[in-house]
Ligand binder design. Structure first.
Ligand code: HEC
Ligand code: HEC
Length: 308
């Protein structure tokens, strides 16, 4: 508990206006699952072992499968030891990232570098980490990270996307991750999307290949598909025009297929409200201008069902 409070005190927070999508920005509430922080932990198929304290060392996160990837650039493996946390601590060695951060695997290098420049200038605001990292990182380190992640093929990360009126009761715990409440129970979903780890043990171990699942509102996937594919009579613009035929990216416009749905909600909301307004993000303005809150949730739900 002490460690947690200390970690929270370190968490930089950028003040931004409240929105109807606060649930997508996941703020730590409490940790309800008991964890023995000093017991060695292992994962199937890896001969390595780390305690939870080691797993949560943001300057030296676990590398469960070192033979699976190219050598980690120093900044990805351990940051700078001061301000810049290891990229792999939040985005994982696989670049698939948790829903509260983001996927980096397969992002075009020029898109990646533009985001780092936008975090540095403040044209794109992340409430938690990326602006501080963007200001502190050298171009050389940013490029090394961009090239490492660009070379990785994204994997299917959001497994089941389930339409439902009710969802398991949950809480946001360590790592700003959402977990099912240990006492069980259900609650209405409303116009929200909740993402849970497919395997809580593996996700809290920062396993590079253990993904998530999502609950989305009833009817949202079909509505999202209509919006994305047809523009729904001028409500929005067909995504494929810029994001490519399968929405897997076109030139340096990023993939949006298979993305974590709460990440997508944050981006559409941030672009619509001007929190993300970099030189290329403005190309999205006409796409988001007339979207309702339900439309944003529907688009995110639909994109999560697609292959990455
Ligand atoms: C402590 C957690 C944390 C660490 C460490 C971290 N990031 Fe991030 N990163 C985030 C979060 C959170 C977001 C998502 C912001 C949002 O929702 O808009 C993000 C988003 C990004 C994006 C934007 C992705 C996109 O699709 O637009 C890039 C690029 C990125 N990070 C690069 C890095 C690099 C490079 C490092 C290491 C130097 C790093 N990050 C370290 C938390 C982290
Ligand atoms: C006119 C071109 C255009 C159209 C149409 C368009 N986009 Fe985009 N979109 C972009 C560009 C360019 C970016 C990258 C912005 C940047 O570099 O900061 C982007 C970024 C995004 C992102 C952020 C991705 C990330 O990794 O952070 C999401 C989500 C997104 N678009 C969703 C959509 C959806 C959904 C649609 C269709 C309803 C759509 N876009 C239609 C041009 C477009």
């Amino acid at each position: 508990m002490k460690r947690l409070v200390a970690a929270l005190a370190l968490l930089p927070m950028v003040a931004t206006a409240q929105t109807n999508f606060e649930w997508a920005y996941q703020v730590f509430e409490e940790q309800l699952h008991e964890i023995d922080e000093n017991a060695p932990r292992t994962v199937p198929g890896s001969d390595r072992s780390y305690t939870q304290v080691e797993i949560d060392d943001l300057f030296n996160p676990p590398d469960w499968f070192p033979d699976d990837h190219a050598p980690l650039p120093e900044v990805v493996a351990s940051g700078d030891g001061e301000v810049i946390r290891a990229c792999a601590s939040c985005h994982l060695t696989s670049g698939m990232g948790h829903p509260e951060s983001s996927q980096l695997a397969g992002l075009p290098v020029s898109y990646f570098m533009r985001q780092m420049a936008d975090f540095r200038s403040g044209a794109r605001v992340d409430r938690y980490w990326m602006n501080g990292i963007g200001e502190a990182i050298s171009d050389e380190d940013a490029l090394a990270a961009a090239e490492y992640y660009a070379a990785i093929e994204p994997i299917d990360w959001v497994g089941d996307v389930i339409e439902s009126d009710t969802v398991p009761r949950s809480y946001v715990g360590d790592g700003r991750m959402r977990f099912r409440h240990p006492d069980g129970g259900t609650e209405p979903l409303g116009n929200r999307i909740l993402e849970f780890p497919q395997d809580r043990e593996l996700a809290t171990a920062r396993h590079p290949y253990s993904g998530f699942m999502a609950y989305v509102p009833v009817g949202s996937i079909a509505r999202g598909e209509e919006l994305a594919r047809t523009g729904a009579d001028g409500r929005t613009i067909q995504c494929a025009i810029c994001h490519g035929q399968d929405l897997t990216g076109l030139a340096d416009i990023p993939a949006i297929a298979g993305a974590s749905p709460i990440y997508t909600v944050r981006q559409l909301n941030d672009i619509k409200t001007g929190v993300r307004a970099g030189p290329m993000a403005v190309l999205m303005d006409a796409t988001v201008a007339n979207l309702t809150d339900e439309d944003i949730v529907a688009l995110a739900a639909y994109l999560a069902t697609l292959d990455p």
